[in-house]
Structure formats: C-alpha cells, structure tokens
Design a binder for this molecule. Structure first.
Ligand SMILES: Cc1cc2nc3c(=O)[nH]c(=O)nc-3n(C[C@H](O)[C@H](O)[C@H](O)COP(=O)(O)OP(=O)(O)OC[C@H]3O[C@@H](n4cnc5c(N)ncnc54)[C@H](O)[C@@H]3O)c2cc1C
Length: 480
C-alpha cells in the first residue's frame, strides 16, 4: 500500500499520530508539504512566522531523510496540489492530522471529497491538542463557554483516558518511489516573498525537545511568579513549537507531570500552573472549533464602549502603538520587541492589548491582525481568544471595566526597568525610579540622563487617567 503523509502544523516525528499510522499501515510512504500560495500572498502572517516555519521544515527534512522517506514539497492551492500529488503518485491513502481553524476544516472537507471521488482514502487524526472539541463537553454534550468548567472536565477526562504517546516510526525499508522523486531544496523566505531573518526562537523538533527539557530542569519550578516577569527567562518559549507542531502537547503534559516524580525542588503548584496554560491553549482551540463565528467578530455582543471613529487621529494613535512610540515605556518596549523579534512576553501582550483597546479606544481586531502579522507564534485560536479576553467580548472576558494601568504594571513586573532598557535605548540611562514615567523628568533631569521628552522620547500620547475615565463614562452610556 502506498500512502502520502501530508504535513501541516505537525512538523515532527515524535508522537505524530498521522505519521505513525501511515508508517504502520503502508509499505511506501511519501511525505508532502504544500506551501499555501494564496495564504502566503495575503501576508496575513509575517516574516517571523514564515522563517520559523522554514527552519522547522529544514529540520523535518533531515529527520525524514534518516527514516528513508525524503520530504516532497509543492507550492500552490492546497486542495489542487494534494489531489494532484495523490493521483500522480498513485496513492492508496492520504494521511493528515486535523486542524480546528474554520478555513482549514473547509479545505480538508473539500480535499477529502475529491480524494474519495478518486477512490483514495483520507485518514485523519487528532494531533494538535490532547483533547479535541467534542471530547471535553458538559454533561449534556454542550461545548463549555467558561475556562474553569472546561479545565475541571479536561482533567477528569485526562485521568479517565490516560493519554499516552505514539512511537517514532522505524526507518522505512522500501520507499522506492519516494527516493526516485527528486527532492529539491526548500524555497527561501525571499523566494516566498518574505524578508529573511534569524528566528528569535530556534526552530525545529530537535530544538523544541531541548527547550522543553531545559524548561523542565529549571524555570518551571518558579513558573507561577517567573512567568509574569518579562526581563527573566521565566516561561517556556515553546509557543512557536506548539504552533507548528514541532512538539506534541500530549508529550509536554506527560513530561511536566513526569517531572513531579523526580527528586529535587519540584514545585507541584508551579508545574500545574504551567499545564493550566496548555489547557488554555486547548480551550481557545475548542472555542474556535465550537463557535467559529469568533474568527470574524465578538464571541458575545456585550455593551462595551464603541471604538474611536476612523480618521487621521485614530490612525496616528494606531501608528504610535504599532511603532512603540506611545510615551508609555512598557508599551513601547513590548511593541518594539514584537517588531524586532516577532516575540512579546505574555504579560506585556496583555498590557499593550489593554492599552490599545481601553486607553486608545481602537478596535481589538486591528490589534489582533497586527499581532497575527508580526508574531512568531501567530495562531488564530490563541490570538483571537486572548484579544477577545482583553476586549471583554470573549468567553472568559477580562471584567469590562478592568483597565490595566500601564505605569503600575510596569513598576510591578519590570521594577528595575531591565526589560524596558533592552528595547527602549532612549531610556537606558534612567534610574529605576524614573524609568516608568519619563515624562515626569524635570528639564535638569532630562539633560542629566540624556533623555529629552518630546524630541528624544515621546510624551504620552494620551493621559491614562483621563482615557480611563472617558472609557468608563462611555461604558455607563452604553450600559443604559
Ligand atoms: C493579546 C494576546 C495575543 C496572543 N496571541 C498568541 C498567539 O498568537 N499565539 C500563541 O501561541 N499565544 C498567544 N498568546 C498567549 C501567550 O501570550 C503566549 O502563548 C505565550 O506568551 C507564549 O510564551 P511561552 O511559550 O513562554 O508560554 P508558557 O508560559 O511557557 O506557556 C506554555 C504554553 O501554553 C500556551 N499558552 C500560554 N499562555 C496562553 C494563553 N494566554 N492563551 C493560549 N495559550 C497559552 C502556549 O502554547 C505556551 O507555549 C497571546 C496573548 C495575548 C494576551
């Protein structure tokens, strides 16, 4: 039997459901990756994401070579390319792992239908999550709309089903056709229409596994506090790996739980807090799959203040936010980190999102699109779920009138300004007690620290106290 394994967001060999099944069932395997031409041309995702993906593919290619099944790639419309490859290579079956995004579900349905019309079987598997939407539901079978209830059920399902990983396939002995097919080098980012850059997080399955181990050996045991401090190595930085499937979430949960049985300073609450974040990730995938309208608009229509009207003032404020020129150091550090590296710390993501929506009163979807285009870990479900949380329109929304004070957040989570100094060099000479509010510097201090407000570093583009009050007043009006 000849099978095609179509790689998508699962660029690894370990605990890879479709790959393991294909290798067990077929005598000949042809691994395929299709660069989605319309998606690439839309530039919905940016260079950071594309360069990371290319690095992962390069790593996958060398691992597949060792298995004796060289990776083939194509570029074009995914439906046409997969169907064409299956016909050309006379495949009996095409294997892939399922995706929760509405667009991907629609695409997969169309491919499955076309393959079935040709008498080719499509075999699909769960892989991106430990539990898919539909597996973790309320007693009456309804999808959960609150994280806490979902989480409780997730854990009971975990203990009831005891998930295990699937083995890495053995080298294939007779992949004749696959070897005959010429395997060209992968396209470069430039060839795909994106700027080349070195990914901020090392791409590829090998690095994902090293990074997981490094995290489990140290930072996880201080995670509950450490994850909030952007200046330290307090979180796993594995999100791009989960995004491209270079690490299996099932394996990550098992490894984290396994670390509890090792000797040493293992902190159960820290480990469970980290697994909670993986469950948040699954929860947002469950929300997207169960309520696909969230991809286009709010999960629920709630009375929140309307965004500022379109026009030059709104555009200038949005531009200042995008380029990290708001005059709020923690916001500017976050946005500049994003623009330079494709990464932003989670606490800072929440601060900049709240600032955009509540201080600047700009629609959350503009922020969502900007993040998608710049993040290394850009992921529709996680990005949308978090933006909706910050905008108070989501499932577990931030309380409507809770508004982050960017200065207090900055003082609390980056007390000595280490993170700010990394990305806002204009402020690098300021002492810790001045760095969070540089606009309060006297002219003598500005001269002493070499930081001139208005010319060297912007004055705040809005006054937080006034913006907060305006937001609250507008909120009272829409609440009536
Ligand atoms: C406005 C906003 C937009 C975001 N956009 C994305 C996005 O596009 N892609 C993305 O992967 N994450 C997104 N997040 C969630 C979170 O910021 C990142 O997952 C996290 O910063 C990644 O760092 P880490 O791998 O070190 O996470 P860790 O703290 O080590 O957490 C482990 C894993 O859990 C998952 N996770 C952690 N926090 C969240 C969360 N709040 N929601 C969903 N999953 C989570 C990630 O897969 C992460 O790798 C967003 C958060 C906000 C506030």
């Amino acid at each position: 039997m000849r099978g095609i394994i179509w790689f998508r967001r699962d660029l690894r060999l370990h605990d890879q459901s479709a790959l393991t099944a294909a290798c067990a069932e077929c005598d000949e395997i042809i691994p395929l990756f299709v660069f989605d031409e319309p998606l690439l041309q839309s530039h919905e995702f940016g260079s950071a994401c594309v360069n990371f993906m290319l690095g992962c593919l390069e790593n996958l290619r060398s691992s597949l070579n060792e298995l004796g099944i060289p990776l083939q790639w194509r570029r074009g419309d995914q439906v046409e390319e997969v169907v064409h490859a299956a016909r050309e290579w006379k495949a009996d079956r095409v294997y892939w792992n399922r995706d929760c995004e509405p667009r991907a579900i629609d695409r997969d349905r169309r491919i499955q239908q076309r393959l079935e019309d040709l008498g080719i079987a499509a075999q699909t598997y769960k892989d991106q999550v430990v539990f898919e939407a539909g597996e973790v539901t309320s007693v009456s079978g309804e999808p959960f709309q609150r994280y806490s209830a979902y989480r409780t059920r997730w854990w009971s399902h975990w203990y009831a089903t005891k998930p295990i990983t699937v083995p890495v396939p053995q080298p294939m002995k007779s992949a004749h056709l696959s070897e005959q097919l010429s395997s060209f080098s992968l396209p470069t980012a430039d060839e795909l229409g994106y700027a080349s850059m070195t990914p901020w997080v090392e791409p590829g399955e090998r690095h994902a596994r090293i990074q997981l181990q490094r995290f489990l050996d140290g930072p996880i045991h201080r995670y509950a506090d450490g994850r909030n401090l952007p200046a330290i190595d307090g979180s796993s930085m594995l999100s791009p790996h989960f995004r491209f499937g270079t690490l299996s979430p099932r394996e990550a949960v098992l490894a984290a739980l396994g670390s509890l049985s090792k000797r040493g300073h293992v902190s159960r609450p820290d480990v469970l807090t980290w697994i909670d974040e993986l469950i948040w990730r699954e929860f947002f995938q469950h929300v997207l799959a169960s309520f696909p309208h969230v991809a286009e608009g709010p999960f629920r229509h709630v009375a929140v203040p309307p965004p500022r009207e379109l026009g030059p003032e709104r555009d200038a404020l949005f531009q200042a936010w995008c380029s990290g020129q708001t005059g709020y150091p923690i916001v500017d550090a976050g946005m500049r980190q994003l623009n330079q590296t494709g990464w932003m710390h989670n606490r800072v993501r929440m601060i900049v999102a709240s600032f955009l929506i509540k201080d600047l009163r700009i629609d959350w979807q503009s922020g969502e699109r900007y993040f998608l285009r710049h993040l290394l870990d850009a992921d529709l479900a996680a990005n949308n779920g978090n933006w909706q949380w910050c905008a108070s329109t989501g499932t577990d929304a931030m309380r409507g009138y809770r508004i982050f004070n960017p200065t207090l957040q900055s003082k609390k989570f980056d007390p000595d300004g280490t993170y700010i100094r990394l990305y806002v060099p204009e402020l690098s000479g300021l002492p810790a007690n001045k760095i969070h509010e540089p606009h309060l510097l006297s002219s003598d201090e500005q001269a002493r620290y070499g930081c001139h407000i208005g010319t060297g570093y912007p004055a705040p583009i809005v006054d937080h106290r006034r913006a907060r009050q305006e937001y609250l007043d507008l909120g009272k009006q829409v609440d009536r």
